[in-house]
Write a protein that binds this ligand. Sequence first.
Ligand code: PAF
Length: 288
Amino acid sequence: MRVLETTTDVSEFFGCSLVPTMGALHAGHRSLIERARQERTGPVVVTLFVNPTQFGPGEDFSKYPRTMDEDVALAEAAGADAIFIPNSATMYPAGLEAAGQAAAKWPLPPTASEPHLEDRVRPGHFGGVCQVVSRLFDLCRPAAAYFGEKDFQQVRVISQMVEQSTGPWRNLRVVACPTQRDVDGLAISSRNRYLTAQHRVCALGIFRALTMASHAKDAQHAESLMHSTLVQSGVSIDYAVVRDAFTLCPTAGTATPRRALIAVRLPTARLIDNMAMPTLDRTTLANA
Ligand code: PAF
C-alpha cells in the first residue's frame, strides 16, 4: 500500500474509490474499504485528515484520537491501495484562519440547514464537512466515494452536494454503507473509546430505542417510545425523531422511506445513531 502526502502523489490515483476518514479507524471504516474493494470501481484510496473546520468551539478537535500507525495497518489489511495523509497546508493552502472563514460561508445544500438536527446542535459543522470533502474530491478526483450511514445527515448532505454540483465531480457516485454495530447493538464509532463501562451500558439505550421505534405504529408513537427509553437509560437527549429519509424534514406520511434519528450526550461523549423505519403501504396499513 502506498502512503501519499502531496497533491502530485495523489494525482496518480485519479478515478479512484475514495474512503474519506479522520483516522481512528475501526470496523466501520474497514467495511467501507472492503465495500470499495468489492465494487472495483478503481484503486481504493483512504484519506486521513482530522479536519479542524468541522469542529465547533468546545468540541473535541484537540483530543480527537490520532492513531496513525494503527490506521495505516488497518487500511492496508482491509485492502486499500493507498492512504492519503495530507497536512493542513496541502488541504488549506491559504491557511487555517482563511479556511475557517470560508467554511462559515460555504454554500450548503438544504439537508445541511433545514432538518434542524446536527445542523442545529453543531452550527458550522456542515460548512466544514462540505469544504473538506469538496477539497478531497478536487484533489483525488474519485469515481466513487464511500461514507457510513451512522452519520446519516452527513451522507445526505454530501449526496445532495454532489447531485447539485455542475463541476468536475458531478458524475461521482456517493455510496452510503450500512452502520456496523458491536454484538450488543452499539453503533461502532471513534468516539466510543471515550465511554466508561458504566456509560457504555447507558449508551445501549440508543439501539433499544431505535429498535422499538422501528416497530411503532406511527412517527408520533415512535418518537414517544424513543424518548421514554432514552430517559430510562440515563442519557441526555439532543433529539430523537422520525424524519423523511431523503429531506430529513418532518413527515406525516408512512409510505415514503423514513428514518429514526437519535443524538444523545453522556458525560464523556456525544453519540449519534439512526435506523430505517419500515415503509407502510396501503395494504400493510389495511391489514394492521
Ligand atoms: O465522517 C468523517 O469522518 C468526516 O466527517 C469526513 C467525512 C472524513 C470529513 O472530514
